[in-house]
Design a protein around this ligand. Structure first.
Ligand code: FAD
Length: 470
């Protein structure tokens, strides 16, 4: 059966579109952070019709398929399982369609188009796709994970910027939902089934995205905050005064900040020899207005000065204006610097913004009481209620091996976030095998039943994906 699938796909897609040699498969078999399996083959169709042919061929043979974009996902959802019997359906060659409509301010893209290629094509039109992150994912992968990123505060996530979608179902049926309209209230909005559902219901081959004008100027500052509560007061004051131009509010704890400067001498430490305060907020403003019409750096400096005179200013310890590249470099070095500090267990949690300080404090209290050898190095998108709580420890100091500690810490932190703080165990990275057991623990039975019924309708033989949403 496997051999005939290989032959059939080769004759339908062409020799070079089907990879079977172990050395060719390796890069498709291991995820960025989690997920390592074995593929039967990698199919690389170049058109929607070829995707449909691939899926119909696999369905006829009862072969399971894992859709894969740029393989930058962080929950192990883009790689095959360990059976060696799954087909990796790579969308990397499905990247030819990229049609820009500057007046409609939309773009029609193939599912395999990379974010960098999209933005490169949009730039001459003065446009950009506003989801911004430290990786270069594909459009299909971004839709399947509903990517958030650092400017969600201003532009929303992928869902907010998606107008239409083209999907191929497990049996090869093509659904053309390439809607270009901003207003279209005519029944079921079918694209929503495929947003953030990890390729479980179908393979995204095309999309219509809404794009935005590129801001001509930015202003950035680092603001030291004595506590998490002070950071939230600052957020509120900034939104009140500057909502029109406020694009990012990232917060880094002192524990997450210090390793950036110890491991990267090229990154300037604005605090110098002084100990950083409990939290540092990276504040960004952006505008399409020219500086002659609006002096954004001047405005940011003036407003921060004014906030310092108010109650919100009481917890502010420092203000550093700086170049966007320099300040964002600090934020972008956090994850990788923490990995140099010891064992890292990363979380992608969200809670209501108003409870962020209380949540991170509760996590610290729990860890200090029960896991004193674990450092809580939290940082993230506080502007949209997201925190990448990273727990770091030296394995030599740990009371138990990581294999025991990791599930225990996950259970404790997720219970705290989901049950006590009405939060999410996966704010922006999706479910995937990495979060499967938490999906089962925290998803209400009624929602799982609906999701299971949709799966049964769209993919009754459960051939697509390794994630289960039933
Ligand atoms: C350094 C780094 C920083 C990151 N920062 C952020 C961040 O700030 N915010 C954030 O939200 N994420 C972030 N991520 C996560 C990641 O980039 C996103 O999840 C990304 O959108 C995944 O896209 P991809 O093309 O790499 O998909 P893949 O990793 O290939 O796949 C991810 C999931 O989507 C499915 N899939 C892929 N393509 C398709 C398709 N065409 N049709 C159907 N299903 C498909 C896969 O089966 C899998 O379930 C980061 C990752 C890295 C490595």
């Amino acid at each position: 059966m496997s051999e005939s699938v290989v032959q059939d796909l080769r004759s339908l897609l062409g020799e070079d579109a089907v990879l079977t040699e172990p050395e060719d498969l390796v890069r498709y078999e291991e995820g960025w952070r989690y997920g390592k399996g074995k593929a039967l083959l990698v199919a690389r169709p170049g058109t929607t019709t070829q995707v449909a042919t691939t899926l119909a061929t696999c369905a006829a043979a009862g072969v399971r398929v894992i859709p894969q974009g740029a393989n930058t996902g962080l929950v192990g959802a883009s790689t095959p399982d360990g059976t060696g019997r799954m087909v990796v359906l790579s969308l990397e060659r499905l990247n030819r369609r990229l049609e820009i409509d500057p007046v409609n301010r939309t773009v029609k893209v193939d599912g395999g188009v990379l974010l960098s290629a999209l933005n490169e094509a949009l730039l001459p039109h003065g446009l950009m796709f506003p989801i911004d992150l430290g990786a270069d994912p594909s459009m299909g992968g971004m839709i399947a994970t509903n990517t958030g990123g650092t400017r969600l505060l201003k532009y929303g996530d992928v869902r907010h910027n998606l107008l239409g979608i083209e999907v191929v179902l497990a049996d090869g049926t093509v659904i053309d939902g390439l809607n270009q309209l901003r207003k279209n209230n005519t029944g079921l909005d079918v694209k929503q089934l495929f947003v953030g559902t990890s390729g479980v219901f179908g393979v995204i081959t095309g999309a219509i995205l809404q794009v935005v004008p590129v801001p001509g100027q930015q202003a950035t500052a680092l603001v030291g905050c004595a506590s998490g509560e002070s950071a939230l007061l600052l957020l509120r004051a900034l939104e009140r005064d500057l909502a029109d131009v406020f694009t990012a509010f990232e917060v880094i704890s002192a524990e997450a900040l210090a390793p950036v400067f110890s491991h990267h001498s090229s990154v300037r430490n604005p605090y110098g020899a002084a100990r950083p305060p409990a939290y540092t907020a990276l504040v960004e403003l952006a505008s399409t207005l020219p500086q002659a019409a609006l002096d954004l750096p001047g405005l940011l400096e003036e407003r921060l000065g004014a906030i310092l005179e108010t109650e919100a200013g009481e917890g502010i310890t420092d203000v550093f204006m700086g170049r966007a590249e320099d300040l964002w470099a600090i934020r972008h070095h956090v994850s990788e610097s923490l990995r140099q500090e010891g064992r890292v267990l990363a979380f992608d949690i969200s809670v209501p913004r108003s409870r962020m300080a209380e949540f991170t404090q509760a996590a610290r209290t729990l860890l200090q009481a029960e896991y004193p050898f674990v450092r809580c190095c939290d940082f993230g998108h506080w502007g949209d209620g997201g925190t990448h709580l990273n727990l770091v420890w030296n394995e030599a100091d740990a009371l138990r091996p990581a294999a025991e500690l990791v599930p225990e810490l996950q259970a404790r932190i997720y219970d705290l976030a989901v049950k006590a703080f009405e939060g999410s165990y996966s704010a922006e990275h999706g479910v995937g095998p990495h979060n499967q057991k938490f999906y089962e623990a925290y998803t209400p039975a009624a929602i799982r039943a609906i999701s299971g019924a949709v799966k049964q309708h769209l993919d009754p033989k459960a051939l697509l994906a390794t994630t289960r949403l039933d």
